[in-house]
Design a protein around this ligand. Structure first.
Ligand code: SF4
Ligand code: SF4
Length: 450
């Protein structure tokens, strides 16, 4: 039975006040997503990024909260179906859950071990048969999709527990790859110690994921609410070098070497789904200026930045993904986009050979030189451990950064509110992740020392 309007408002408020945001991607505030009536709730446990296991482990370690979170989502949205989506490599999780899934009336989708299976556009299409409109949201086709860890946090929120911890997989060039839970704001350096330390000096560290995540060389960067992976690699590793390439370099090389073979387009997951995105045409804009460049940039508008074109498709190792990112900036600056009439013509049915063009994870691991790092990152709970210091980001979520409500020198307890966002603004409050004293307050972070 769906929640009444009054209780729904109260539940959404509790989810907001607990600081729940998307734990697996852009950090969209969850209360906003759930303020809707939909037909389908989808739990995204597809764990798209290679090597990561934090979604798998969060479901296994927090099974009760996971199921409670799904029930809350169903009640809030009035959804008729709830589907738990995992990749084949984690089908054993579904086997373990079988009895509970059946008793709750939840369904499952076990998707092949391909990249990018966790793209919500793909999951929604596989489960509902509906295509999200170009640039749109699952809501527009009657679905809400949340990462499995977010769903666990929803259950915790209703039990009065704000978001203070994060599941992370720490792998790559570390001595003992591990999946664990750390307080939000823990530094990458402290996380690496939990994985037995780094195997190389002076690594490049991929954050979030190998394909779509960020890159840093700063070991003091803190774990944010939406950072699921920490993957140091040697500086001369293919991915580390590709991810660290400057705009000047990838633009210059792309300008000179793209032969318009169009393989980037033929393998682009969004193009294959029928969306008007053609990276080889965006590459042509490197030779253009003015209006022609702007028109050509429109072929980048619906790029989801999955990196298949750059890391898998292009035989010249060019960087169409970053050229698309730059093209989207041009579109934003000039307020340009496809018209409805253009989309009428350009938005097609999915390609009939779609399945044959998905990238098997073993292929991806081999192509990216990740074989030495393809090791199990087993779950380990570090019961009596906590970092001496955390630096908690105030802007992990989409929307307004949270405003500090504590000052330097204040004593705080784990779970205390330390920053908040006005009721009318999109965003979420932020909480202390350890007991300690506030030792620094900035516009983007609050530091707490134990
Ligand atoms: S990054 Fe490349 S492959 Fe991925 S959606 Fe964008 S253009 Fe397509
Ligand atoms: S795959 Fe590479 S060379 Fe071919 S069109 Fe795309 S960017 Fe150019």
């Amino acid at each position: 039975m769906s929640a009444t309007n009054a209780s729904k408002r109260d539940i959404l408020r509790q989810i907001r006040n607990a600081g729940v945001i998307g734990a697996g991607g852009a950090g969209f505030p969850t209360y906003k997503k759930l303020d809707a009536q939909v037909e389908h709730v989808i739990a995204n446990g597809a764990e798209c990024e290679p090597l990561l296991q934090k979604d798998r482990e969060s479901m296994l370690q927090d099974q009760e909260a996971f199921f409670r979170g799904l029930e809350i989502m169903r009640d809030l949205t009035g959804a008729g179906t709830v589907t738990v989506a995992v990749k084949k490599k984690n089908a054993d999780v579904i086997d373990r859950f079988q009895g509970d899934l059946a008793s709750h009336g939840f369904e499952t989708l076990v998707y092949p071990d391909v990249y990018p299976a966790g793209d919500e556009y793909i999951l929604v299409f596989e489960i509902t048969g509906r295509l999200i409109p170009p640039g749109g949201l699952p809501l527009q086709v009657g679905a809400v999709v949340d990462n499995v860890e977010t769903i666990i946090n929803i259950a915790h929120a209703l039990a009065g527990r704000p978001v203070t911890d994060k599941y992370v997989t720490i792998c790559g060039a570390v001595r003992e790859p591990v999946t664990t839970i750390v307080p939000i704001g823990t530094s990458i350096a402290d996380c690496l110690k939990l994985a037995g330390g780094c195997e190389v000096d002076d690594p490049v560290i991929l954050t979030g994921g190998l394909m779509m995540g960020g890159v840093t060389t700063d070991p003091m960067l803190p774990v944010a609410k939406n950072m699921g992976g920490i993957i140091p690699l040697p500086r001369n590793h293919y991915l580390a070098m590709r991810k660290s390439q400057s705009r000047e370099t990838y633009t210059r090389i792309g300008h000179g070497q793209c032969d318009q073979c169009s393989l980037c387009t033929e393998l682009c997951p969004r193009y294959i789904m029928g969306y008007p995105i053609e990276p080889h045409k965006v590459m042509r804009t490197l030779l253009m200026t003015g209006e022609a460049k702007q028109r050509g940039s429109l072929w980048a508008q619906y790029c989801c930045e999955c990196n298949v074109c750059s890391f898998i498709a292009c035989p010249e190792s060019l960087d169409p993904k970053n050229i698309c990112v730059d093209a989207k900036k041009i579109l934003r600056e000039n307020k340009l986009g496809r018209t409805e009439a253009e989309l009428e013509v350009l938005f097609r049915d999915p390609h009939p050979a779609r399945k044959g063009r998905e990238i098997p994870i073993p292929t991806l691991i081999t192509r990216l030189g990740l074989r030495p790092y393809d090791r199990k990152a087993k779950f380990k709970r570090f019961e009596n451990w906590q970092p001496n210091r955390v630096t908690i980001p105030l802007n992990s979520h989409i929307g307004a950064p949270a405003e500090p409500v504590v000052g330097q020198g204040d004593r705080v307890r784990r779970g205390d509110l330390i920053a908040t966002v006005g009721d009318q603004q999109l965003g979420c409050p932020v909480h202390a992740s350890i007991d300690g004293r506030v030792t620094a307050v900035g516009p983007r972070t609050i530091e707490i020392t134990a």
